[in-house]
Design a protein around this ligand. Structure first.
Ligand SMILES: [Fe+2]
Length: 239
C-alpha cells in the first residue's frame, strides 16, 4: 500500500495553522499575564512558550512543503488567530477561561496524543517536528497549571466560580474533537500514514480518555476544582 499523500499534506497544513494559532494565543496570554502582575518566572516561561510555538509552526510548515504543499496555511481570517474565551469580560476572567480551556485542558490532553503520533512517525521530517513538539510539551503543561495556581492565589473564588460554570462545556468541546468518533467515520489513516505522523481516530480516543482519567481530573482534584462534577455534566454530542 502507498500512503495517501493528500491526507498527509492536508494534516500537516492544518497542524501548521494550529501551531501559529498556538503562538498567537500564547502571545496574547503573555500580554494579559504582564498586565495582571503575574510572577517574573511565569512571564519568562510564557515568553518561551511563544517562541516554542513559533518553532513548532516552522517545523510543521517544513513538513508540509517537503510533501509538496504550496498553499499558505495562514491564509485564514485573522479572527482564527485570537483567544476567543470571554470576549468583553475583564482580563482576569479571560485569562482564567483561556488558561483552563486552551492551556490546562487542551495542553494536558494534547501531550499524550502527540506522544502517540511521535512513536509511530518514522519519516525524518515529521519525526523531527514531533520530537520537538513532544519535548516542549511537558514544560508547556507545567506552565499552564502554574498559571492556574497563581491565578488562584490572586482570586480563588473567581477561579472556582468560572471553573464550575465553564468546565462542562470545555470538556464537551474537547471530547467532540478527540474522544468521539464521528458517525459513519471511515478511517483514512493506516500504517503508511502513521509513518508520516498521523494517527487513527480510535487511538486519539483511547489516549484521550486515559489522559482525562489519569492526568486531567486528578490535577483538578488536587486544586479542589470541580472537575469530576463538570465531567459528569458535560454536554454529550451523542445524546
Ligand atoms: Fe505547539
Amino acid at each position: 500500500m502507498t500512503a495517501n499523500m493528500d491526507i498527509i499534506r492536508a494534516e500537516w497544513q492544518a497542524r501548521t495553522l494550529a501551531e501559529y494559532r498556538a503562538a498567537a494565543v500564547a502571545g496574547e496570554f503573555l500580554c494579559w499575564l504582564i498586565r495582571l502582575g503575574f510572577s517574573p518566572e511565569v512571564l519568562q516561561e510564557a515568553h518561551r512558550v511563544v517562541g516554542n510555538e513559533l518553532r513548532h509552526a516552522e517545523l510543521c510548515f517544513e513538513v508540509y512543503q517537503g510533501l509538496g504543499g504550496d498553499g499558505d496555511p495562514l491564509d485564514v481570517a485573522e479572527g482564527c488567530l485570537v483567544a476567543h474565551q470571554g470576549v468583553g469580560k475583564p482580563t482576569f476572567q479571560r485569562l482564567v477561561l483561556a488558561c483552563l480551556d486552551t492551556f490546562c485542558i487542551g495542553g494536558t490532553l494534547a501531550q499524550p496524543l502527540f506522544e502517540a503520533m511521535q512513536s509511530g512517525a518514522t519519516e525524518a521530517a515529521p519525526r523531527q517536528a514531533l520530537d520537538r513538539i513532544v519535548g516542549d510539551g511537558v514544560a508547556h503543561v507545567d506552565f499552564a497549571w502554574k498559571v492556574l495556581d497563581e491565578a488562584m492565589e490572586q482570586d480563588k473564588k473567581v477561579v472556582k466560580g468560572l471553573a464550575k460554570t465553564h468546565l462542562p462545556s470545555f470538556f464537551g468541546k474537547v471530547e467532540k474533537s478527540w474522544g468521539l468518533l464521528p458517525e459513519g467515520w471511515v478511517e483514512p489513516v493506516g500504517p503508511e500514514e502513521l509513518r508520516h505522523g498521523l494517527m487513527p481516530r480510535v487511538r486519539y480516543k483511547r489516549a484521550f480518555y486515559q489522559a482525562v482519567a489519569e492526568d486531567l481530573l486528578p490535577r483538578l482534584d488536587s486544586r479542589n476544582l470541580p472537575g469530576r462534577a463538570a465531567w459528569g455534566k458535560r454536554p454529550r454530542a451523542d445524546k
